[in-house]
Structure formats: C-alpha cells, structure tokens
Design a protein around this ligand. Structure first.
Ligand code: CA
Length: 235
C-alpha cells in the first residue's frame, strides 16, 4: 500500500516537529508548512492525503486555507483536521462550517491525534472523491450512481437532481454534519450565501421521500445550530 502523506500546517516550530515525529513513527510520510500561504501551495501542488491545519497562522489563516481547499475542485476532497487552541470555541464551530472534517483541541496527546487521523482516513477511504464508487448504501437507502437511481427498502424513489445530489453528499459522508451555508454553496454553487431556507425546503422534501416518518426522521438528522447530517449505520 502506498504510504499516505500528511501535510502539517503549523507556525509553532515545537508543535510542528513534535507532530511530525509522531506521524512519521506511525509510518506516514510528512510534509511541513510553517504558514498558511506555504500550506495552501503544498495542498495544490502535492495533493496530500490529509491536512492538519492550525487555525491561527501568520498570513493566510487556517480558515482561509480550508475555505480555498474546499472551493477548488482539485483539492475539495482532501480531508482536513483543524488544530485549535482551547479558548477558540467559536472558531472551532467555524472550522466545521467551512468544511473541515474534524478538529483537535490543543494541547492534544499524540495518541489522540493519531487516532483522529486514522478515523478520518478510514472514513475517506469509503467515500467519493471515489468517482469509481458506484453504489452507496446506508440503512435502507441505496444510491446507484451509474444508473442515477435511489431505492429505499428496495423501492425506487423519484428525486429531483438537487435532491439526488444532497442525498448523495449526506449518505457518502455518514455522521458528518454539514452547515446550511456549506450545502448551499456546495450544491447550488452560490458565491455569496443565498437564502439557506432553500436547503431546509430540500431537506424536508427529501425526508418525505426517504424517511418512514418524515416528521420524526430516523436517518436525516437536524443538527441544532449547524445544519444536517445523515446518521451512521448502527448509530
Ligand atoms: Ca498557530
């Protein structure tokens, strides 16, 4: 198996070296950037398998690096774990809203960090970006990408193209919460945030088609103050 490459973007040299040491010990190959601009350059040029991204960086901050990574079609699928200082509660939530896959709060133990990285890499493995992947299944929901068909409990369900894209995004990232803003931008491509109620309307229609009891959805969950997510199997 090819060695996975992890980019660390961190301006504190001690943390950078400590993290690099621990990741190399786990058998990963490590790329390092000491500021946001350098990090963004490496993301584009090297396409790492995962990025550990410090939030507070000189120059371009972690938030901006994350935003650019998600906006760029070539880098969109690269998983990002944000590194945040303890007091940065607000930024923490923001990190998820701009599409980070996870965050780790400083100070963190190398063991915890390694566990998070493994979890994210595992999740990504069974995901798109994988254009090759043709069938997604979650509970009773089955999406056939090749035929562009959805079934629930084996029964075909008619979806509009936007409903299909929304379902595909959620089912292919089970457990992950997406903000309304992210969904709007990602699925509708609004440069500037439009009316996020558009997302709510589509979620409501989608629930009517895939949920047994749309008023008490079992799979497509509302995450208060954030947006929506699909439950993981067995959750
Ligand atoms: Ca920093």
């Amino acid at each position: 198996m090819a060695q996975e490459r992890i980019l660390i973007v961190e301006d504190e040299p001690n943390i950078l070296e400590l993290v690099a040491y621990n990741l190399e010990k786990e058998g990963w190959s490590v790329l390092k950037a000491a500021n946001g601009n350098q990090g963004w350059e490496l993301i584009q040029n090297e396409h790492p398998d995962l990025v550990l991204l410090d939030l507070m960086l000189p120059g371009m901050d972690g938030m901006e690096v994350c935003r650019r990574t998600r906006e760029n079609a070539a880098t969109r699928g690269i998983p990002i774990i944000m590194l945040t200082a303890k007091s940065e509660e607000v930024d923490r939530v923001m990190g998820l809203e701009i599409g980070a896959d996870d965050y780790v709060t400083k100070p963190f133990s190398p063991r915890e960090l390694v566990a998070r990285i493994r979890a994210v890499l595992r999740r990504v493995e069974r995901l798109p970006g994988d254009e090759a992947k043709e069938v997604f299944e979650l509970g009773p929901i089955r999406i056939d990408m090749r035929q562009h068909k959805v079934t629930v409990n084996g029964k075909p369900v008619e979806l509009t193209p936007k409903e299909f894209d929304l379902l595909h995004l959620l089912v292919s990232h089970p457990g992950r919460a997406f903000s309304r803003e992210f969904l709007l931008e990602h699925l509708w491509g609004y440069e500037f945030f439009g009316d996020t109620r558009t997302v709510d309307v589509h979620v409501r229609r989608l629930r009517q088609k895939i949920e047994e009891d749309p008023a008490n959805p079992h799979w497509l969950e509302t995450v208060r103050g954030v947006g929506y997510r699909m439950l993981e199997e067995g959750e």
